[in-house]
Design a protein. Structure first.
Length: 276
């Protein structure tokens, strides 16, 4: 990296908000409620249920807990959650489509609690699924966990991407490059951008410092990394129609590592959660 590039990176780093204990407490509440919303959905993610029904359940859950779903009407998005099936990479719009045995679906929930955003997503298996779908979900879950392990002061955002990319490609999967994690807090999307890959050398990206808040949300494909957005302006799908999976947590950088705000209180955020 040249001296000019180093100076630009330093200026960009200063634009990244750093938060104190009050913010971390607010993020714990928002993150926990978002995780509880996904826990609540577990019994309902089964054959015959529509994604609109899941959306309505989350909206009711949020309002019952004095929270608001951040996606609803955000830049024109029409629903409270995102539901992304099979070859849909992200931003699937809930509707009349019914879940079918063998589907895999990512459900993405962001709830605003007292002004703070808790953002998380999980993969759900609808009944019995294929072994290749199971393997993709397992790889994607591990990518997220490895990304989280890379979060500590002095590391960089590039270290997060490198950990994810190295593992995914070793498993003969690909990392989606068109979407990334993001800073958040009292706003939905903020700096820094968290890429889930890193083609540059050591130290690439922004330096991680205590008080930073962001999501890590790798999207991993069984096939190639290419995606396209459908005519609705939101739904992103794999170009080769191969399966895609995603997991997401919201984290905060601490003095010694990181805090994950969106872990499931019931332990239901593992790689293969399904309705009993």
């Amino acid at each position: 990296m040249s001296n000019v590039e180093l100076k630009r990176a330093a200026l960009a780093d200063r634009d990244i908000k750093r938060h104190g204990p009050e913010a971390f407490e607010g993020m714990r509440k928002a993150g926990r409620l978002a995780a509880e919303a996904l826990d609540m959905l577990v019994p309902y993610v089964k054959p015959g249920v529509t994604t609109a029904e899941l959306d309505e359940r989350v909206l009711a859950f949020a309002l019952d807990h004095k929270a608001l779903p951040a996606p609803l009407f955000y830049r024109g998005f029409p629903r409270a959650i995102c539901t992304s099936f099979n070859h849909v990479v992200c931003h699937g719009i809930p509707g009349d489509k019914k879940l079918a045995k063998g589907d895999i679906v990512n459900i993405d929930v962001t709830l605003i609690v007292d002004g703070w955003h808790g953002d998380t997503s999980r993969m759900f298996a609808v009944g019995d699924i294929s072994r290749r779908a199971e393997r993709l979900i397992e790889v994607t879950f591990q990518c997220l966990e490895l990304g989280i392990l890379a979060v500590k002061p002095g590391n960089t955002t590039g270290d997060i991407g490198r950990a994810i990319q190295t593992y995914a490609e070793a498993q003969r999967c690909s990392v989606v490059r068109d979407f990334c994690g993001h800073g958040l807090g009292r706003v939905f999307h903020d700096r820094p951008n968290i890429l889930h890959y890193c083609d540059d050398g050591e130290g690439a990206g922004s330096v991680l410092k205590p008080g930073m808040l962001f999501t890590i949300e790798p999207m991993i494909n069984l096939g190639r990394d290419g995606v396209k957005v459908l005519a609705d302006g939101w739904t992103a799908v794999t170009r080769d129609r191969e399966l895609s999976a995603q997991f997401e947590h919201t984290v905060g950088v601490t003095e010694t590592g990181c805090e994950v705000f969106t872990r499931s209180p019931a332990g239901l955020d593992g790689p293969l959660i399904r309705a009993s």
